[in-house]
Design a protein around this ligand. Structure first.
Ligand SMILES: Cc1cc2nc3c(=O)[nH]c(=O)nc-3n(C[C@H](O)[C@H](O)[C@H](O)COP(=O)(O)OP(=O)(O)OC[C@H]3O[C@@H](n4cnc5c(N)ncnc54)[C@H](O)[C@@H]3O)c2cc1C
Length: 309
């Protein structure tokens, strides 16, 4: 008879708490509500699982920062996922004891040679800031752009030079009651990193609302991941689709508008809470950023509470 020498660690994990059904909530605003209790149980469960997976250790040993701001270092591409024909998710290899050592919302710089000249561009990893063993970058290709047509030629096994981290965004948990994120296209990258970090930190009780502009449903980046995050009590979002003709593709529980994001949407959202305890984050194209910053200012959000990536 075959003997199993290794116990599958996943079999040792406690059962995952069951999500309440819509009918379990009486809808009268109980505090805590069944959904809050479920979120809390889920956090406790995740922590217990992590502890078991770590062999009972509370914390993993210190990771080594894999990148430096002043020195280029090459990283190997280990996976390329085609997200929607013009946007790709690139996974780069790190050693098992290495992470990027980023602060949330910070980015890296990549270098490529074009006609003998070095050209650099910024990219914000979408993987967790403390993830070990690999990091992921989401890049949109512009056929008339300078660097991205070169990036489109990247293959698994290529070595790509990066340095970093860079960025001036600083975030302290619970320093704002709510964050309104206004993103367009690949502007989702820094937002996603921040959302991930807030929702996966059980001590962070900041409420996050995301307005995300894309052309159509098929152009939405990280759609599944964002939908999953909507199960958290402190995250909601709305898609704004400027060129979608078939709104029938909207999924159950997704909020979506078949139009561009307007100044009035921002104003109406911002009047729902106190302006001085609200942070507004903006990341998109130049004209999108300008319109959104102006909309936040018009809604009396103080300048120091508005950050443009
Ligand atoms: C902090 C930061 C983080 C970023 N993170 C990401 C990320 O995670 N993912 C991502 O995909 N991008 C990100 N970007 C954008 C990225 O750095 C590049 O700007 C982008 O990839 C385009 O590079 P490119 O050289 O191909 O295009 P560029 O040559 O810079 O051109 C970009 C676009 O503008 C058009 N264009 C260029 N010049 C002009 C002009 N004079 N007039 C009109 N149109 C023009 C081009 O045709 C193209 O469509 C980030 C940018 C910043 C500042």
């Amino acid at each position: 008879m075959e003997t199993r020498e290794l116990v599958d660690i996943e079999e040792l994990l406690p059962p995952k708490p069951r999500a309440p059904k819509p009918s379990d909530c009486c809808g009268s605003g109980c505090c805590p509500c069944v959904h809050d209790i479920y979120e809390q149980d889920l956090k406790t469960w995740k922590k217990e699982c992590e502890l078991i997976r770590n062999g009972g250790r509370e914390e993993e040993p210190h990771a080594i920062s894999a990148v430096q701001p002043e020195k280029w270092k090459e990283f190997e591409i280990i996976k390329i996922n085609d997200i929607n024909n013009n946007t790709y998710l690139y996974t780069f290899k790190l050693n098992d004891d290495e992470h990027l050592g980023l602060n949330i919302g910070h980015h890296l710089i990549v270098k490529q040679r074009i006609n003998g000249k070095a050209v650099t561009r910024q990219y914000t990893p979408v993987s967790a800031i403390n993830k070990r063993g690999s990091f992921e970058v989401l890049i949109k290709i512009y056929p008339t752009g300078k660097i991205t047509p070169i990036i489109k030629e990247w293959k698994v096994g290529d070595l790509i030079p990066w340095r970093g981290p860079f960025g001036s965004f600083t975030y302290k948990i619970n320093s704002y009651k709510r964050i309104l994120m206004l993103a367009a296209g690949t502007g989702i990258a820094p937002m996603y990193q921040i959302i991930k970090s807030i929702l996966e930190n059980e001590d962070d009780e900041t409420f996050v609302r995301l307005y995300y502009a894309s052309k159509s449903f098929s152009n939405i980046l990280l759609r599944d991941e964002l939908s999953n995050y909507c199960q958290f009590w402190n995250f909601t979002m709305c898609h704004y689709l400027s060129g979608e003709v078939d709104m029938g593709q909207k999924r159950y529980r997704e909020e979506a508008m078949d139009r561009r994001m307007a100044k009035d949407d921002i104003r109406q959202e911002l009047v729902k809470g106190q302006v001085d305890s609200t942070l507004v984050l903006v990341c998109g194209t130049k004209s999108f950023d300008k319109d959104m910053v102006n909309a936040a200012k018009d809604a009396n959000i103080p300048n120091q509470n508005i950050f443009k990536f």
